[in-house]
Structure formats: structure tokens, C-alpha cells
Design a binder for this molecule. Structure first.
Ligand SMILES: Cc1ncc(COP(=O)(O)O)c(C=O)c1O
Length: 392
């Protein structure tokens, strides 16, 4: 009997395995040079306000500035509650002064929309795109305050560049760049607030967020007082003036000095391999290996429809084989097989995203590990197709 789709037999199990099977999108793989003894210089048991603690916090800020090329006149602060803390702090402190536009094309951006509309009760213009697509920034009114995510971690869709953001905008741009920073070029002149967490591209620990403010964002902070109460951990001003200490390492509350040390180790590694260009090149090479794998197969595709918007960090894939009856079940089964073999950990799609896989390709991941893992994906796919046929 002729089949609509040619049958495939299970591919042979590969022999080579990735040296590091950690492809989680956060917390992400530690830098390749990482070992716990690298943290032995941590200022443990010391006050973060003592000279030694303060110096480390200040170094984390200044090394971040050096690697990311953040302009000298921009403030960089270490704030509580990881990227979420940094984004919420910016939204609560800055929004409400003028009309605002909330943009989302995946789960985290959608969370910020909910906060602006339901919690802050702002009459925001909401612009959304389905998973795999992006809102065209050329259609956005940048005379409003605009909140958006640079790299949608749960859809694998990224802003290709900042060209559509006008230099002479009247509003502020508030950008959640947590899965973009250190892997993608961020145009600082187009971003008034940029946030990220240590746990993503640099493979640091979560807990602390980074908040980068342009002079225009500082001007807003000093000229506008929101109508709502401000919890202590969101407070960036005192008596109408910016609390400058936050931006030289005097954190609002107690940081983990172990996490700080770990971030310093990661930054040091980033610097040692050549800084931002090298970090971006590593993510590009990792993602490219997966793009090529997909291009050569008719059963798997990038969730990002437009190649210009394909993420080089959180690469999201969907299975396109018409023989697959239950998309979510199939993707879960493939991820489970790979995990059971110890060749790819934590690569199931995000819980709110379309069924599929999400493979982290940030700078701490070795291209050799991606290349060693991909034949296993071939094997797991064919094995699962065969299992499905057997069960039918
Ligand atoms: C785009 C984006 N925003 C925010 C978050 C939340 O980050 P955190 O858990 O570090 O606060 C994540 C986490 O994956 C993310 O991908």
C-alpha cells in the first residue's frame, strides 16, 4: 500500500555524546571554565557595605559596562529579584507619566502587558503577535513609553535591530533584554531602560537583576512621581533625586556575595575570550548549527517565521511531520528520550509556548556540544515516530 508520507526507520543510536548536555534556557550552562573552586575569592561572611564587598559589586557594574559597551553616561545598577525585579522596578517607577504602548510576542512580554494593564491599570495601547512572529516596530508610536522584550525567550523570536526606534523619540523605551544581553547587539542610543539577569547568556546565578538607565530615564525618575505607592525594593529616588549609590554598587538590600563572585568569574571568562564580539559569535555559531540541521530536514522547523528574527540564544523548534498526531505529546516524548540518554537536558518548549523544543545557544554553550547533540535529535525523532506507528 502506498503511504502518503514515506516511512522512516529508526536512525541508529549515535555514539558521541555532548560533553555538557545542559541546554536549559535559564538557569543556563555555566561558562566552560567554571568550577566551584573559582568562587573561593568570594567575600563570604563579609558585609556588602564593607570595602571588599562594595568593590566587588562595583567591579560587576564596571565589567558589565566594559563588555557590553554601555555608554559612560548610562547608569548600571544591581537590583533585587533577577530580571523580573529589574523590569517591574522600571515599570512601576517610570510608567504613567505619558501614554504607553505594551508590546508582546511571547509569554514574558505578555506578563509585562498584564502588569501594566491589570496591576498599574494603565490605559495602554497593547500590540501583540502570535508565537513565531513579531510586532513590526515601525508601526509603534515611540512618542509613547514603549515596553518590549528584545529576545522572546519562549518563542525564539528577536528584534533584528533598533533601526525602527527613532533617535528623537519623546517616550522612553523599556526593554527586557534578558536573553539578548551578551549575545546580541543592543543599540544603547535606542534603549532608555535595559534589563537582564546574570543567569542567562553569561551562565551566572539568578537572584539579581541588572538595570541600565539612559540619561532620559534618569530625567524621568527625577521629574515624575507615580501615583501609586512604591515598595522599598523598587525605590530608585529619594527626595526627587536619583539614589546614585545604587549605581556604584550600594544595593538596595543585601545581595548574595557568592552570586556576585560567580558573575565576576563569568565576566572574566567573557573578557578573556574576546568580549562581546566573541560572545556573540559563539551564540551565532551554536544557533547556525541548529538552523542548518533544520534546513536539511523536512520534519522540523524554526518557530520564528522570518529568518531575520530568529534568536541566536533561545532557539525554538517545532515538529512539522504530518504523521505526528499529538504535537505536545510527541515533543515531550522526544525531549524525554534525549534527557534519559543524558544528551540534552531541559529542552522542552516553555509551558505556555507551542509544542516543540527550545535549545539554548547562548555563549556558554559549546558548538561542539550542539553538534554532538543534533544526531541524537535525529535518532529520538525517528525512534518516536516508529513508537507512534507501533502503538497505532
Ligand atoms: C524574556 C524574559 N523576561 C523575564 C524573564 C524572567 O527572568 P528571571 O526569572 O531572571 O526574573 C525571563 C526568564 O526566562 C525571560 O526569558
Amino acid at each position: 500500500m502506498a503511504l502518503d508520507h514515506p516511512a522512516t526507520t529508526p536512525a541508529q543510536k549515535p555514539v558521541a555524546v555532548p560533553a555538557n548536555p545542559r541546554f536549559s534556557s535559564g538557569p543556563c550552562a555555566k561558562p566552560p571554565v567554571f568550577s566551584l573552586d573559582k568562587l573561593s575569592d568570594a567575600a563570604l561572611g563579609r558585609s556588602h557595605r564593607a570595602a571588599v564587598g562594595k568593590a566587588k559589586l562595583k567591579a560587576a557594574i564596571e565589567e558589565t559596562r566594559a563588555i557590553l559597551g554601555v555608554p559612560a553616561e548610562y547608569r548600571i545598577g544591581i537590583v533585587p529579584a533577577s530580571d523580573t525585579g529589574a523590569v517591574e522596578m522600571a515599570m512601576w517607577s517610570l510608567l504613567g507619566a505619558r501614554p504607553c504602548t505594551m508590546i508582546a510576542w511571547e509569554s514574558f512580554g505578555a506578563g509585562w502587558v498584564t502588569d501594566a494593564v491589570k496591576q498599574l491599570k494603565l490605559d495602554a495601547t497593547v500590540m501583540t503577535a502570535e508565537y513565531g512572529r513579531i510586532v513590526d516596530l515601525a508601526t509603534v508610536d515611540f512618542d509613547t513609553d514603549v515596553v518590549f522584550t528584545w529576545n522572546g525567550t519562549t518563542s525564539g523570536v528577536r528584534v533584528p535591530n533598533g533601526d525602527a526606534i527613532p533617535a528623537d523619540r519623546a517616550g522612553l523605551t523599556i526593554c527586557d533584554a534578558t536573553s539578548a544581553a551578551f549575545a546580541q547587539d543592543l543599540p544603547w542610543d535606542k534603549l532608555d531602560v535595559t534589563t537582564f539577569s546574570w543567569q542567562k547568556v553569561m551562565g551566572g546565578e539568578a537572584a539579581h537583576g541588572m538595570l541600565i538607565l539612559s540619561p532620559r530615564a534618569v530625567e524621568r525618575l527625577e521629574s515624575y512621581t507615580p501615583a501609586w505607592p512604591m515598595p522599598k525594593i523598587f525605590r530608585l529616588t529619594k527626595g526627587g533625586k536619583l539614589i546614585e549609590g545604587i549605581f556604584v554598587g550600594e544595593t538596595i538590600n543585601t545581595p548574595s556575595m557568592l552570586a556576585v563572585e560567580d558573575y565576576l568569574v563569568a565576566l572574566d571568562w567573557g573578557k578573556s575570550i574576546g568580549g562581546l564580539p566573541a560572545l556573540m559569535a559563539r551564540a551565532d555559531a551554536n544557533a547556525q548549527a541548529i538552523f542548518e540541521f533544520c534546513d536539511a530536514r523536512d520534519w522540523i522547523a524554526n518557530l520564528a517565521e522570518d529568518p531575520a528574527t530568529r534568536s541566536n540564544t533561545s532557539v525554538c523548534l517545532k515538529f512539522t511531520d504530518p504523521r505526528i498526531a499529538d504535537g505536545a505529546g510527541f515533543a515531550k516524548a522526544v525531549a524525554k528520550r534525549l534527557e534519559a540518554e543524558g544528551v540534552a537536558l531541559d529542552i522542552g518548549a516553555y509551558r505556555d509556548a507551542p509544542a516543540g523544543l527550545r535549545i539554548w545557544c547562548g555563549a556558554t554553550v559549546e558548538t561542539a556540544d550542539i553538534e554532538a547533540m543534533l544526531p541524537w535529535l535525529d535518532w529520538a525523532f525517528h525512534t518516536e515516530i516508529a513508537a507512534q506507528a507501533d502503538a497505532a
